[in-house]
Design a binder for this molecule. Sequence first.
Ligand SMILES: [Zn+2]
Ligand SMILES: [Zn+2]
Length: 234
Amino acid sequence: MSKKFCIVCGKEDVELIDNMCPSCYIKTKKLVEFPPVILGRLCKICNAEWIDGKWIRLAETEYDAVRDLILRYLAKEIKLDKNVKDYRIDVIKKWKERNGRSFTEIVIEGKVGSKAFRLKKKVELRLNYSICDDCLKRKSGYYEAIIQLRGKKEFSEEKRALFESFFTNETVHSISDVKISREGIDYYFINKTAAKRLISTVTSIVSAEIVESYENETIKNGKREAKLVISVRI
Ligand SMILES: [Zn+2]
Ligand SMILES: [Zn+2]
């Protein structure tokens, strides 16, 4: 009976993958094929990413947004040798070169058989920075709802602080304008749902008087549209 050996280095009685020991397999084969360029689109104001035809906000900082984008792109576009397993991809850094082009350095760690490998690769980053729909609405003063915060007897900074302590990320990103008057504060929301969600959280904890009404009713494309006004007294 013939002994099993690596066809590259001749080592005998070793683990073989396609007739090679793991070390020779790693040296000989092209384990990873990176895409030549990473493409993506981000909002330059809020870092939302354009994913499958929609703007989605996942990251707070630009660095995280770009990193998420790179990893998502690679998950779709990277090609791995069929014997690569237990792999992990990460972004080491990104930078801009003097010619204005951006690059990123990617590392992939994984295993072939029982042997670990680590590869690094510089890939061009071609990102398109634009303004997402929400930021566009906010910039143009668009709003769907107003929350009018007032005091039951009188308004105070403490009441404002209490109310704003219920703000979530969603709330903050939905507010397009804030108007302060002597009686209280008006918060303008680009998104009716965010305003309603805030109110239901507040009323589940704080005793508040809520009155909902509609104003500025118009007909747009055959549909009735009106601004929701929610008066809140706390
Ligand atoms: Zn070998
Ligand atoms: Zn945005």
